[in-house]
Design a protein around this ligand. Structure first.
Ligand SMILES: *Cc1c(COP(=O)(O)O)cnc(C)c1O
Length: 440
């Protein structure tokens, strides 16, 4: 089942579906990351997926390099995950009352991440991040939080300031509708600049509730933190009584079973999870130190609730996914594929004499099309945003035409899964080699 070349004429049904959706749904999509705003053209509508492949409604097949933006680390429709969801479905879809499955999943999360002593389940990464910020404020009694430009933590008002992901792609990093008052309580710094963090804590450390960060950033393209930067974040928060919140919605169970915090060797106070933790169903979670988590209602007074929180289908899907990742860890395979992809793309860009900066961690990667002759190390939004997004768009469409579904924005990382084979990776390198040669 090899992906085949796909031309615009072969996406007629998608085009019709998009026209209809545009009449009914703002922009025709239920999340802006799907709208192709960063690459132009019309989004592709999908009918099904298996393993590493997506099938659109015109029956074109693509190798999938977004994995639903992260969750599908096992590939689509892993038989054990499907069986777990089916089994849960036969019992009931929602009770509005506790189930034993929630404790089982909580135990799995706690066992995976030593920094998490107690965990609360929600239905999305947005909810997890929003709730973690409220908890940090409630716990410290302080209002201000620090975030970093180009980091994305979902769309809660206080976190939608200088936000990454589609907020950056579509030029609404500061969305209309976020009040000036809310924005004032969010201080934005540049990622990977320990000096700025140091200076801020020097002047205002006792007003800060939390530093919220992606420990490895996926939402301005892939950006890896420096050791100094991470160490400063941990030391300064600790010293000044603020909390360090790692948003591992994307990196949790992706970069290692214990998340980015395991490979970086840093222990945050709170962690947010989403994406993989639900195995493709809507589930998020936030957790951390017991003394902090005990402030969450009804153990404590910080309000947070959800009708569908800990939903039995999502819990079954997440549990099956985590158990598979724990018992047969794919991380070595993913690293090997990632290293080969990085090498292959690098050689292809070099052959084509295109200036690129390739950043990768495990199964997350971004090839930044940096315009100048001197390739800058991409360290934060200041440098990431220098990328040639028009060239990225041409790369994206060239890859689509060859049946490889890359992220539809320069500022999103690509993901692959354990279902991708050596032959898949080689096919993608071959396609990229052809496409990059056309971009000069
Ligand atoms: C995807 C993402 C979120 C938001 O999660 P949703 O489930 O889309 O609400 C938050 N933080 C990070 C780091 C993410 O990648």
């Amino acid at each position: 089942m090899l992906p085949h070349a796909v031309t615009a004429e072969r996406r007629i049904k998608s085009s019709v579906a998009f026209a209809r959706a545009g009449q009914l749904i703002p922009g025709g999509v239920n999340s802006p990351a799907r709208a192709f705003g960063g690459v132009g053209g019309e989004p592709i509508f999908f009918a099904s997926a298996t393993g590493a492949h997506l099938t659109d409604i015109d029956d074109n097949i693509y190798l999938d390099y977004i994995g639903s933006w992260g969750p599908m680390i096992l590939g689509h429709r892993h038989p054990r995950v499907v069986a777990a969801i089916q089994s849960a479905l036969m019992h009931g879809t929602s009770y509005g009352a506790p189930t034993e499955g929630e404790s089982h999943l909580a135990q799995l999360i706690i066992d995976a991440m030593p920094s998490i002593e107690k965990v609360r389940m929600v239905s999305s990464g947005t909810e997890a991040a929003m709730s973690a910020v409220r908890l940090a404020r409630g716990f410290t009694g302080r209002d201000k939080i620090v975030k970093f430009a180009g980091n994305y933590h979902g769309h809660a008002d206080s976190l939608l300031v200088a936000a990454g992901s589609s907020a950056a792609t579509l030029g609404v990093a500061n969305s209309p509708g976020v009040t000036a008052g809310t924005a004032r309580d969010t201080i934005v710094l540049e990622y990977n600049e320990p000096e700025s963090l140091e200076a801020l804590f020097q002047s205002a450390g006792d007003t800060l509730a939390a530093v919220v960060m992606e420990p490895v950033v996926g939402n301005m393209g892939l950006v890896v933190p420096s050791k100094d930067f991470l160490a400063a974040a941990r030391r300064l928060t600790h010293l000044h009584g603020a909390l360090l919140v790692f948003d591992e919605v994307m990196t949790g169970f992706r970069l290692s079973y214990g998340g980015a915090q395991q490979i970086l060797g840093i222990t945050p106070d709170l962690t947010t999870l989403g994406k993989i933790v639900g195995g493709g169903l809507p589930l998020g979670a936030y957790g951390g130190r017991r003394d902090i988590m005990n402030h969450v209602l009804p153990a404590g007074k910080v309000f947070q609730a959800g009708t569908l929180s800990g939903n039995p289908l999502a819990v079954a899907s997440g549990t099956a996914t985590l158990e598979l990742l724990r018992d047969a860890p794919p991380y070595e395979l993913l690293e090997r594929h990632g290293a080969r992809l990085e090498e292959g793309f690098g050689i292809a860009a070099h052959k084509a004499a295109l200036p690129v900066w390739i950043a990768r961690q495990g199964s997350m990667m971004t090839m930044f099309f940096q315009p100048g002759p001197d390739v800058l190390p991409v360290r934060g939004w200041k440098t990431a945003s220098l990328s040639d997004t028009a060239r990225y768009a041409r790369f994206f469409w060239g890859m689509i035409d060859r049946g490889h579904y890359m992220p539809c924005s320069q500022y999103e990382a690509l993901f692959f899964s354990q279902a991708h084979t050596d032959a898949d990776i080689e096919a993608t390198i071959q396609a990229a080699t052809e496409v990059l040669a056309l971009l000069t």
